[in-house]
Design a protein around this ligand. Sequence first.
Ligand code: SAJ
Length: 416
Amino acid sequence: MTSIETAAVIGLGYIGLPTAAILATNGINVIGVDVNQSTVDAVNRGEVPFVEPDLGVHVAGAVSQGHLKATQDTPAAQAYIVAVPTPFRDDRSADLSFIEAAARGIAPQLQGGELIILESTSPPRATRHLAEYLLDLRPDLSLDGAGGSPVIHVAHCPERVLPGRVMIELVTNDRIVGGLTPEAASLARDLYAVFCKGEILMTDDVTAEMAKLVENSYRDVNIAFANELSVISSKLDIDVWELIRLANHHPRVNILNPGPGVGGHCIAVDPWFIVSAAPTESRLIKTAREVNDAKPGWVVSEVVAVVESLVHGAEVAVLGLAFKANIDDLRESPAIEIAVDLASKLTGNKINIAEPHVRELPSRLQGLENVELMDPIAAVRRSAAVVLLVDHEAFRDVAVHLDGKLLVDTRGFFKG
Ligand code: SAJ
């Protein structure tokens, strides 16, 4: 049983808001903190500023019961959960400035006894950095009570939920809790046990940080294998989907799906944190990143070759901009890279983009003369070539309109 009654969640994004909502619907008084006033206002109205199944019901319920409210200012609380972005810099090292900004908000509120959990995906030793940063701001506190000083408890608890299934996986996934001290790990375990029905596994902070990075790198390496097979298969003129389907009949083979590249803010980012921490040793992990990052460029050259075989001025349908199926998240999306590149390479062709999960084109595609957002069937009907970039269910309906058109199906969507 946790003794924590009040928790502040710093960062109300794709992870922070679901975590705040699930804690609140399980009886914890939660104050969500975000720098963005429109996010704060939306949450206080019981609304969710992005698409995630079932999250709206949780937020609306928690706000109406008075268990969840949002503010721009970090309040006093017994626990702080930091769920802010950790992007990478140009040199691919992690940018911890959002974590430091969160710490500057928390530090003045600390009295001793608080639990501070870093949830953001972080490079090795980021949790230690957060603790040291807090203690620099508050030298009257300590991690071990040395000299009778009040203690703060610092832990890392990486999130591992899959966008699109967040509200289910928050409850059912196992969780890793890494404490700077065993007591910090126990306190964090007790807090997550309020809503987590999976196993809660305790370790130290750096192992917890690495576990999260390793999970996403494992997936990245396996997707890179599939993507490499798709390029090899194209060269050998064989169907990669059939190849993988056949190979996967082996009881110990499970090849993932090739695609237009790896997107999202996790799998395409996290492996770099490992590479940055151990550059000489991370050879496979680095190569996998490079293979996946090269895939959008390869798709563009395939599409350009197809379009060159068509009559001059033929229109091209591009289906999907999101980073994966059935979500509205366009961050780090290879589909956008491809669409932008096609628009600049195929200036004599109209690019008809369909993305049923957004109402307007992202800024990088706005104002381009040869690009228009339209509904999927209209896009396909007008076009001589069709490029499927995202396997949104909403695109099933276009299958009957593909006859006579040249198809570049980067996901094998129309095979299934
Ligand atoms: N993809 C492929 N082929 C595949 C699987 C995925 O090309 O066979 C592509 C997707 O289209 C997408 C990208 O990879 O562009 C990533 O998609 P994903 O569904 O594999 O993963 P994410 O980024 O949505 O979420 C991942 C998850 N990590 C793992 O599955 C190991 C999730 O559990 C993590 O919580 C999340 O990263 C995170 O926040 O780190």
